[in-house]
Ligand binder design. Structure first.
Ligand code: ZN
Length: 217
């Protein structure tokens, strides 16, 4: 237990220097028009990125680079049905591909090594907090800042919809809720687009999230 505390503390120290760097980069960018910085790390979301075997409720990683690969579980109990797959593909191609990410569906996913498939979508309720319909967690941290592979679990029964898929994917690339943004906003502030929580069915990224993504990747 003490070793965990030490790890978290050292991660926080390193991440805080990243916060300072981000602020400098943002100030220098003339095109910056975001209302708030809701990209991890912020003063309210800075625990350090670490590997989790399942969701622990902390949102604490960016993805590892601008090449964003994803895979949808296609076998076993966590399989996405055809209609769920269609939603994910549309969110990735219509909402995330227009950002500075290069988005690729990975049909030969990597689950080990140093270049794992970035986002793995599952239809599963395992570890999804009570009252939530989805969750995101880092399976393999690449550093104290970035994650090599993030898992998204969304409940079955019609919960794979555009808004929630956009929301959990946002977490997988480092976006946080309004109460963890700097300056803090209401979690229901409309300017947070699909990072509002709770999120409406048809939400998209909107400008604030796109600005934060493009300033980071
Ligand atoms: Zn969320």
């Amino acid at each position: 237990m003490s070793s965990t505390s030490a790890k978290r503390l050292s991660a926080r120290t390193i991440v805080l220097s990243s916060v300072a760097f981000t602020v400098v980069a943002v100030t220098a960018g003339a095109a910056w028009a975001a209302i708030t910085d809701n990209m991890y790390p912020t003063p309210y979301a800075n625990l350090g990125c670490y590997s989790e075997s399942g969701p622990d409720g902390n949102l604490s990683c960016q993805t590892d680079n601008a090449q964003l690969t994803y895979y949808m579980d296609s076998g076993g109990t966590n399989e996405l049905e055809a209609e769920d797959r269609r939603v994910v593909i549309d969110v990735m191609s219509d909402i995330y591909a227009p950002t500075d990410f290069t988005v690729t569906l990975d049909t030969s996913p990597e689950f080990s090594g140093s270049a794992e498939t970035d986002i793995v979508y599952e239809e599963s309720g395992i570890g999804v907090p009570s009252g939530s319909d989805g969750v995101t967690f880092c399976n393999n941290a690449a550093s104290d800042l970035r994650c090599d592979q993030q898992y998204i679990r969304i409940l079955g029964g019609g919960n794979y919809v555009q808004g929630l898929t956009c929301h959990e994917t946002g977490h997988a690339v480092g976006l946080v809720h309004g109460n963890q943004a700097s300056p803090q906003l209401s979690n229901r502030d409309e300017r947070l687009g699909c990072m509002e929580t709770p999120v409406s069915t048809d939400e998209v990224l909107q400008d604030n999230n796109v600005d934060n993504i493009n300033a980071t990747y």
